[in-house]
Design a protein around this ligand. Sequence first.
Ligand SMILES: *Cc1c(COP(=O)(O)O)cnc(C)c1O
Length: 469
Amino acid sequence: MPEASYPLEPTAEQVREMLKAATDAIVEFLDSLPDAPASDLEGAEELARRLREAAPAQGAPFADLLPVIRQAAAKALDTAGPGYMAYIPAGGLFAAALADLLANSLNRYVGMWHPAPAMAQLEWNVIRWLADLFGCPLEARGVLTSGGSMANLSALLAARKARLPQDFLSGTLYVTNHTHTSVAKVAMLAGFPAPNVRVVSTTPALRMDVDALRDSIAADRAAGLRPFCVVATAGTTDTGAVDPLEDVGRVAREEDLWLHVDAAYGGFFQLTERGRAKFRGIDAADSITLDPHKGMFLPYGTGCLLARDGVALRQAHSVEEAGYLQDLATEGESQNFSDYSPELSRDFRGLRVWLPVKLHGLDAFRVALDEKLDLTRLLYEALRELRALELPWEPELSIVAFRARGGDAASRQLLEGINASRRVFLSSTVIEGRFFLRAAILSHRTHRDRVEEAVEIIRRAAERLPATT
Ligand SMILES: *Cc1c(COP(=O)(O)O)cnc(C)c1O
């Protein structure tokens, strides 16, 4: 048995013992995923309350702590499992977890270039790979963020710096009702009054209406405001709709607006032929938000911002070096991630993307994403056969939105019936004032068998709804 308290530097034997126990737990967890309940929140609040405690003065054996972690993880939505089709799934590749263990054990400093140039290079490779995927020029730069929200923040800061004067309060930006709420949030954080975020109407396919965008820009200019940025979405979170990127890009060019494309959910479908066709025009974007923790199946906590003009991104995020950082300064062009983001110290996110790409190869991601598009098609076609359901939009990427013909109450009941199966877990949204269920297929662990099972579960839940005329 291990000592009750470990020294801050455990012995080699203790390290091996803890890693062995953790390895066993991880293998068991991964093995259990196909049969684990898709959600298990019964008693979760109670468990959370029971876990509240003061910090212990003395340590405890790892063998006693590991079950606490496992139990806490079990009372939750199974966001790692194949039945998770709610919100935007992020399965969590094992290779990324392995990379984190290595990165945190080696603990190199990558916020700046000089302390570990070769490690920083691995992360710059990741940025370059993603920039290449979207046809960004060599002067493009980017950063890995904690997620899409932080990427959207840095994009807006870059757009503001590049297109507006110091006094920027007359600057207006353009979104739609289906733009992710993080954009309104980062606009607020960046200091813009809420009315400066203009909501452009959408077409029946829920895509940005480009004529309405033009009209809105013209009206704002006539009123003495300064339109400076348009945010297009490559895969909305609600339904996966893709804004007409070429047309929006044309307006942005003509009106000298910064074009930001929020591809947090949809971006990695660019690896597939079908995705690439939908995203035509994305290469004209001034900046692109991606969430590797969505479309690359990584664990939560990895987003990315790409900026076509690296200098614009840097100018929005760098100030003169502090004296105590002078030894770390770079001449000329900066390779410091800290010059492209609000962060100075941070974790080595690059390895979490680098290792999976090197281990599996990009083709593995391409094949998996193609499979998601096929599965979505399969689900959509099968649900269309069910007379009790209404599916107003053909899926563009990997989200199917549907509702009961019986209305909002019936749709809520339908969602409850589906989730009670504990084999799949779906979430809901409100579109144009009406309640919709959404099935988002994006986990690398979701395959045909689970989607066919989902169809059966939805069919049975729909049959239990009160009959409608
Ligand atoms: C998920 C999502 C975001 C927010 O990203 P986080 O990683 O949750 O911060 C932004 N935009 C879109 C389109 C998204 O799907």
